[in-house]
Design a protein around this ligand. Sequence first.
Ligand code: 5AD
Ligand code: SF4
Length: 350
Amino acid sequence: MAAHIEHILEKARSSSDLRYEELVQLLSIPDEQLPLLMQAANEVRKNSVGDEVHLRGIIEFSNYCRQQCCYCGLRAGHSTAGRYRLTYEQILNTAEAAAKTGYRTLVLQSGEDPAISPAFVADITREIKKLDVAVTLSCGERSYEVYKLWRQAGADRYLIKQETADPVLYKSIRPGHTLTERLQCQKWLKELGYQLGSGCMIGLPGQNVQTLARDLQLMKELQADMSGMGPFIPHPETPLRFGITGSISMTIKMLATARLYMPWILLPATTALASLHPEGRELALRAGANVIMPNVTPEDVRSLYQIYPGKLNTEDNMKDYYNRIRTMIESEGRTVAAGFGHSFLPSHQT
Ligand code: 5AD
Ligand code: SF4
């Protein structure tokens, strides 16, 4: 087994052309061999995307959602959840403060809030673009026309994870929806020239390494520019409350394998991982990650964006938090990127 893994890792150091069986084998390695996998991924990361870590400030501007995702604490069915919606001015003030702090990308994230019009998002995007930042939107499944409107308003990127590449599991955790619809949204976004952030949860009930290998293949097929992968964390007020928390080591295996298989990819050290382990971000950075997405949502509402319990929060103000993360990155021998951190795929390198 060990010799076999070393053989795959040797191949992966010079070619990302890994077969499905090889992906499954990498995801199946015993934890004792995890350092070998991390080391290979770290080398490929250094050679392909360098030492820079890209910081994206996330503004969670509304936690209202019309969807019923079985894993998420913001689902419409969670009737006792405290809900909030930031005003135009609050979003803009937050964006200005974040840009001043040093963020070169701002991510506007929300549930699928029916009270927020497409025009509102377009207007705020246009305004935030004046701050000389890249804008990422993450507002769920919308029509082609809405995505087009937002792209024309200046949005550079869109985050919409596939969540799982298993169509049967997908249907069971997102009632009324199909993986095909999700992938259609992703294809539209690529077609419109967005940089696409996909990703999946790790440790969903019924998932296995075969499914996870398929997740990686699907992201490569779609030429995802970014892949956000974090452990599933059961929320007590959701249908998946009896699920088991996704494992940290499987998350690290997925990150490292993703780096070997898609050397160009922007790979965040996710908040979900950091929420489970005090050094989750450091571990991810050592396994191929090159993005961190600190929360810059105003403090008075921040704790209400409870997708899962125990979501990492900080007492620091925005500037202190930024500096703390910068110090951590530098102590890992890495640097904070000064640029926008656009996709490394050739189609976005102009
Ligand atoms: N555990 C981990 N991640 C979750 N997400 C939603 N619910 C959970 C959970 N319980 C992630 C999904 C979604 C993003 C907004 O948060 O991947 O895309
Ligand atoms: Fe809504 Fe997104 Fe949560 Fe689903 S994952 S319930 S779409 S916020």
